[in-house]
Structure formats: structure tokens, C-alpha cells
Design a protein around this ligand. Structure first.
Ligand code: WTA
Length: 572
């Protein structure tokens, strides 16, 4: 693959000499940026907010917010006070203490961040939930984590099966005219009255910070626990990869229900004292371009699906807006097509920089830095302090240009600490010789660039969101008409993959388009809109192993007209 001649953007705070930095860098250097490296007393919320509120940045805007009905901004000083107040409310009315799980289930809004950072100031573990989750998804997560407190809005409350969640003691409602009753507490009323000073709970660097549930190919979603120590890498990559500088206006389009929306939607930008734009409401090309113009966004972090949707909307709409403030654009979550990079260069006059990492890894691992030559289609190179390789199924490192498992040498600061209630699952990520196995297949070229090839397992990436086929199949099976269900990701030009379900019906049910729609709605309403199959195909019978496991690879081969391969384990 040849290197395309593209103009190099030189960031100021970066890796002018990548090779040299890579050889000599040690994470201990980054750690020294924080005073806790000496005291050992740490709290993410202090480092992200209070530290700036007590510095020359105190009147700098930390948060710009807009949705359809609100437009607000908050300085670091104001955020310090509001997160203190939120901490006091959670403590006084929810009895929140160190280690408690505080879940937040609400649309993106300033209150989301007040509550999250307030909880972190108390040493609690925050569990952010994507607003589109329906009852089943909400229940799984609150149950597994034994959440003690939930912060939510009146509209979403009906999706919380409160009486089935014995550990859940208090529910804070963020809304107007909230009726307080037993477990239910009016968050905003008490926020107003709460004291604006708070004694921060200083914790150990390996104490819990945030719990992100994510999907694998089997089983229920698993709780990936990150700890305060992750800030070392959030901070360093916000500098190196996002290239955040004092004057930047930064916009990350991801929802905090996903890891990108926390690691790089709150922690990274605020640890570096950057002005952070947060937008509520729905995606539309006009709304997005308007955001860049209105706030003068300089650094923009989004995902391939969004870029492809913008590309599909055409270049005319771009001409209506002044996007000249943009200086650095990044992407994460799925493979970034060379075509999108070329489009970005044409319409924004910037290359879009791909970054690779996972919920489990907590922060960037393999990236294209501002100072680096991009090979369109490649995820880039490991950042300093991170050792990446392609290994075979036994954990042996493979030479360049051989496809295998993308693996990372254990020991980067933002690595997940455990899988909640499932240490065995955590351990299963590692080869005995210390390689963390990502579940992605890739190869490395002779220049050390990594090229994504696909998932090793059946995990689906649709519109940048990670969906476990098993969870969707389980929901499908709850529908009275469904006897068997198998779910795959089907390649799609805009969304990367869409979810396709193969369904065998119970006796007595007739195939029809109405039934398909009914099944689709069933998953959408009972589980989550983004996990509802866009396509459903009825089959009399699905391919299964002798042990009864649906063979998704056979379904995929049917769909893509590929050879079905070895069928020796198939029943009949
Ligand atoms: C995929 C998102 C190709 C990959 C931060 C990974 C990517 C999974 C890229 C993690 C990329 C992420 N190119 N694929 N640049 N970045 N992925 O946990 O399959 O939601 O394993 O984390 O997304 O998804 P997750």
C-alpha cells in the first residue's frame, strides 16, 4: 500500500520525532504532571475541574452546551461549584459513599456532567447509560452492578423496573415539578439549595471510577471497570493525539453512554483544561455544521458512520457554513475508509485522523498523530508507552504483513481494572505471556502501521456502536412467534454493518411483513433502538452445532454468498 502524498499538519505539542519519543518515553513522565504523584491522593474530578478552577483558567469556559431548547456555558469555577453541589445532593439524599455505583440514565445535558463528576468527587463509581436503552438493557446493567443510586429524567423513568432492583435505594429525578416520594428525590431542587463546597474523597489510583457495559459475542453485557489511574493516559493522549492546546474549542460527538463520550468527551479535554462543546439532540448535517460554525470548533472527534452520513448529504450544505476554524479532525469506532479521508481533505481541507482503541483499553492505543504521515485505511501506529503486535492463536508474535490477532502488551495506564463480578472473564483477555487480545484481526506493515481487518468474534459494529449478537438473539427469542434466532452484521456502505436477523418461526405463525415489523419493534421497545435488526429473514430452520449453538458464520456465508466452510460440527 503506498503512502499518499498529503500535507502534514504539525501539531505543536506532539511527537515531532515519533521514533525517538517511542524509544525513550515512560508513563512516569506523564504522572509527574499531577500533584498526586507525590501525595498519592487522587481524584479524577479534582484533576479535571477543580485544579483549573484554582488556576489562571478559573474563568475560562469549560463547557458549552446547546440542544433544541437550551444554550448555556459554564466556566471551570462554575463547574467546580456545581459538581460540589451535585456531590452534596447525592451524599445527603442518596447516602452515596466511596465505591457505591451511581448510574446516570439521561440525555446529554449539563446535569449529566454535574451528577457524574459530583459522584466521582465522593469516590463513587459512575455508570453512564445511553438514553436509548429500553427496560431490558437498563435492568441488566443496574442488576449486575447492584447500583445504589440512579439519576434519570421523568421521561425515562418508565424504563426502569424499580421493583425488580432491590439494591436500588434512591432515584434522583432531573425535571420540573418532581413529586418527592420515598425513593424519589428532586435533583434540581436540592442542587439549588446545596452548599457549593465539598470535601473531596481522595482515593487510591486503582479505585473504581467508571463502569462501562459493553458487548461481547456471548453472554450478557459485561461491566468494564476503569480506575482513576486511567487519567495518566487520558491526559497524555488528549495532548498527543487530540493535540489539544490552550485556545482550542473541542467537540466530541460521542454520547457519554459510550466510552468515547467519557474518556474523550469529559476526562481528556477537561484534564487538559480545554473548552469542551457538548450538543444534545439529534444528528443532522445542518445542525452539525452549524455547531462547528457557532462555537468555532477547532478540534473535532467523531466516527466513520457520521462522516459517511455527512458525505452522503453532499457538499452543497457545507458551503452554507463557515468551518474555517477547524484545524484537526479525528475518528474512532470503525474502519475509516480512504474515501472518507479523501472527502475530508477536499471539503474541510484536513485529513481525518483515525484512532483505534476499545472500551476495555480505556484510551487511545494505535493512532494517527497530527505530526505523522497518514496511510489512508490504516489505524496508524501505537502511541509511545504502548507495545502492539500481531500474534497467532498461541500468543506468538507474527512478522509484518501477516494477519492475526491484534494484541497489546499488558501495562498501559488506562487498562480496565476488572470485569465487574467476573474476574475470570477479565483473565480470559490475556495470553500467559502478557499479551492482551483485542478480538480484532489486523496486520502490521513493514513501516509499523496497523491495518484493521475485522472482528475475530461475531461482535457487530453498527453505526459505531458495539452490539453483541447474543443479546439481540435473546431478545428475539422472547417474542412469541420466534422459535430460533441468529444475528449477524451485514456490511453496509454508511453504517459499516447493519444488524440482520435470521428467524425460524414457531408452529402456527405465518411469515409476513407485518410480523417482521412487529418483531423489529419488539426488540426496539424492549431492548434498544440501535440493536433492533434492520433486516429480518425467515428460514424454516437455522444452522446449529450439535450442542445447539447457532452457527453465525454459516448465516454470514449465506448472506454474503461465501463458501460455508467446515460443517463437521453441524447437526444433521
Ligand atoms: C472497533 C470504541 C477499526 C474494533 C472506542 C474494536 C475500530 C471495537 C476502530 C471497540 C478503528 C474501534 N478502526 N475498528 N479506528 N476503533 N474499532 O469498545 O473492532 O465500542 O475492537 O470502543 O471497535 O469498540 P468499543
Amino acid at each position: 500500500m503506498k503512502v499518499e502524498a498529503l500535507p502534514a499538519i504539525k501539531g505543536n505539542y506532539n511527537l515531532q520525532d515519533y521514533e525517538e519519543t517511542y524509544k525513550t518515553f515512560d508513563w512516569k513522565e506523564t504522572e509527574k504532571s499531577f500533584s498526586w504523584s507525590e501525595t498519592g491522593k487522587v481524584n479524577m474530578a479534582y484533576e479535571a475541574i477543580d485544579r483549573h478552577a484554582e488556576s489562571f483558567r478559573k474563568n475560562k469556559i469549560a463547557l458549552y452546551y446547546r440542544n433544541d431548547s437550551r444554550k448555556e456555558k459554564y466556566t471551570f469555577k462554575e463547574l467546580k461549584e456545581l459538581t460540589n453541589k451535585a456531590g452534596n445532593v447525592l451524599k445527603s439524599y442518596g447516602d452515596v459513599e466511596k465505591g457505591d455505583r451511581v448510574f446516570i440514565f439521561m440525555p446529554r445535558s449539563p446535569e449529566f456532567y454535574f451528577a457524574a463528576l459530583g459522584a466521582i468527587k465522593l469516590g463513587a463509581i459512575v455508570g453512564p447509560l445511553f438514553e436509548a436503552f429500553m427496560e431490558g438493557a437498563v435492568k441488566d446493567r443496574l442488576e449486575d452492578s447492584e447500583a445504589k443510586v440512579l439519576v434519570t429524567t421523568p421521561d425515562l423513568l418508565y424504563r426502569v423496573p424499580v421493583d425488580q432492583l432491590p439494591a436500588l435505594k434512591t432515584i434522583f429525578i432531573v425535571g420540573t415539578d418532581v413529586e418527592e416520594d420515598g425513593k424519589y428525590v428532586d435533583f434540581l431542587k436540592h442542587l439549588e439549595d446545596a452548599p457549593s463546597s465539598l470535601d473531596i474523597e481522595w482515593v487510591d489510583r486503582n479505585d473504581g471510577l467508571i463502569l462501562h457495559y459493553t458487548s461481547g459475542s456471548t453472554g450478557k453485557p459485561k461491566g468494564v471497570l476503569h480506575v482513576h489511574n486511567a487519567m495518566i493516559q487520558h491526559y497524555q493522549t488528549a495532548k498527543w493525539v487530540l493535540d489539544l492546546q490552550e485556545e482550542d474549542i473541542y467537540w466530541c460527538t460521542a454520547d457519554p453512554g459510550w466510552v468515547t463520550g467519557t474518556s474523550y468527551g469529559m476526562f481528556g479535554p477537561w484534564l487538559t483544561g480545554t473548552s469542551n462543546v457538548i450538543i444534545g439532540g439529534r444528528f443532522s448535517p445542518d445542525a452539525w455544521y452549524k455547531t462547528i460554525e457557532e462555537f468555532g470548533v477547532t478540534v473535532w472527534y467523531s466516527a466513520p458512520t457520521s462522516f459517511r452520513m455527512l458525505m452522503g448529504a453532499g457538499d452543497e450544505v457545507i458551503k452554507k457554513y463557515n468551518l474555517s476554524t477547524l484545524r484537526h479532525i479525528l475518528s474512532v469506532g470503525e474502519p475509516l475508509n480512504p474515501e472518507v479521508i479523501r472527502w475530508g481533505r477536499k471539503v474541510f481541507n484536513h485529513r481525518i485522523h483515525d484512532t483505534w482503541w476499545m472500551t476495555e483499553t480505556g484510551a487511545h492505543l494505535i493512532c494517527n498523530y497530527p505530526s505523522m504521515e497518514i496511510k489512508p485505511g490504516s489505524m496508524g501506529k501505537p502511541i509511545p508507552g504502548v507495545e502492539a503486535a500481531i500474534v497467532d492463536d498461541q500468543g506468538n508474535v507474527l512478522p509484518p504483513n501477516r494477519m492475526g490477532n491484534l494484541a497489546i502488551k499488558r501495562g498501559w495506564p488506562s487498562m480496565m481494572h476488572t470485569i465487574w463480578n467476573n474476574q475470570a472473564k477479565y483473565d480470559s483477555y490475556f495470553f500467559p505471556n502478557g499479551w492482551y487480545v483485542s478480538g480484532d484481526s489486523a496486520y502490521m506493515d513493514e513501516d509499523g502501521y496497523f491495518w484493521f481487518q475485522g472482528r475475530v468474534d461475531d461482535v457487530i459494529m453498527t453505526a459505531g456502536e458495539r452490539v453483541g449478537p447474543f443479546e439481540v438473539e435473546s431478545k428475539l427469542l422472547e417474542h412469541p412467534a420466534v422459535a430460533e434466532a441468529g444475528v449477524i452484521g451485514k456490511p453496509d456502505p454508511v453504517r459499516g454493518e447493519i444488524i440482520k436477523a435470521f428467524v425460524a418461526l414457531m408452529d402456527g405463525y405465518e411469515e409476513s411483513d407485518e410480523l417482521k415489523e412487529d418483531i423489529r419493534q419488539f426488540v426496539k421497545k424492549g431492548f434498544a433502538a440501535h440493536a433492533a435488526p434492520r433486516e429480518i429473514e425467515f428460514r424454516d430452520k437455522l444452522p446449529k452445532t450439535r450442542s445447539g449453538k447457532i452457527m453465525r458464520r454459516v448465516l454470514k456465508a449465506w448472506e454474503l454468498d461465501l463458501p460455508v466452510g467446515d460443517l463437521s460440527t453441524m447437526e444433521d
